[in-house]
Write a protein that binds this ligand. Sequence first.
Ligand SMILES: Cc1cc2nc3c(=O)[nH]c(=O)nc-3n(C[C@H](O)[C@H](O)[C@H](O)COP(=O)(O)O)c2cc1C
Length: 365
Amino acid sequence: MALVCVEDYEKEALRSIPKNALDYYRSGAGNEFSLSLNVEAFKRWRILPRFLRDVGGVNTACNVLGCRLSTPIGVAPTAMQRMAHDDGEIGNALSAGKIGGIFILSTLSTTPLEEVAAAAPNTIKWFQLYIYKDRSLTESMVRRAEKAGYKAIVLTIDAPYFGARRADARNKFKLPPHLGLLNFQGDQANSVKSMEGSSGINEYVTRQFDPAITWTDVSWLVKFTKLPVVVKGVLTREDALLARNCGCKGIIVSNHGARQLDSVPASIEVLPTIVDAVGNDMTIMLDGGVRQGTDVFKALALGAKAVFMGRPLVWGLAVNGQKGAEHVLELVQRDLELTMKLSGCVNISDITQEYVAHESQFSKL
Ligand SMILES: Cc1cc2nc3c(=O)[nH]c(=O)nc-3n(C[C@H](O)[C@H](O)[C@H](O)COP(=O)(O)O)c2cc1C
């Protein structure tokens, strides 16, 4: 049967990846309440279409943080993509380039950032960073990303520790021995290897991530790099204001695919508050639960300038390598175009709040 949507890819991937990897990709934190909420919350927004507007041609071109894009749909940073398929991060980066969207490379990638940059020179790439106890490691990652042509640093702020992912604990999750976290070089590479050999990535990360970082470190990063800094993982208006005051240029509203703290709101639930607080001063983006064109449309209508997908690209890779990832992006892109045609929006800038209504509005009727 033809695969025609992200859910089809997910079902197919569930059949093809080994349990250890599948559970790592699929799972959320705790009892996975927020994991289902990320998808469910999109359903609570309805689209209010307008008709007779000449939708003969729609255009999804947009400008995000100074990057000219053909689409606001991009690829979120997910760790260890070569566990899904050997095409891994390079396959996903090329796929994003093919539709003209942003690719964000995870720090915890199974391909070095320089190799991804060399293999996908025409893709707009951003680099996702954690701040490590060893600041020289943090600094060298930033300089390497700058040198390799990445266009923004995406600082993930919601992971001072990894969330409690029960499936990984049950499986005693480990990266398969033929793969490595290849952004770590020299001494760091050795410590990654030794950790993987003992109790896995969780222990390594717990030891290396600096749980003591504060907004002062964000200000330091903003001054240290010449690239725009985007903070990923903001869920409150208060943190959005702090990010703005530190000089960050963008925010990815995200709950880390519900993998950190369970019971947090879905990204789409808090998007309007954050747009209201800082939307005039910063570029607001979103990830979490985006699975189809209507989800993209709703996020844009509520003020996001771009959206990113995590798991869908892993499912695409798992099913058919780079071709699968490309197809997943094409399906969502085509679905966005159709949504625009059927709701009377020709350009991305036409998609505004008046095109969506929350379900609570209807229950009052
Ligand atoms: C398997 C997996 C690994 C992830 N690894 C990272 C990571 O290394 N860094 C990061 O900032 N976010 C990471 N994330 C979070 C994603 O960037 C993104 O926030 C999330 O996947 C979006 O939700 P979605 O999977 O519903 O699209 C990961 C998510 C998944 C599912």
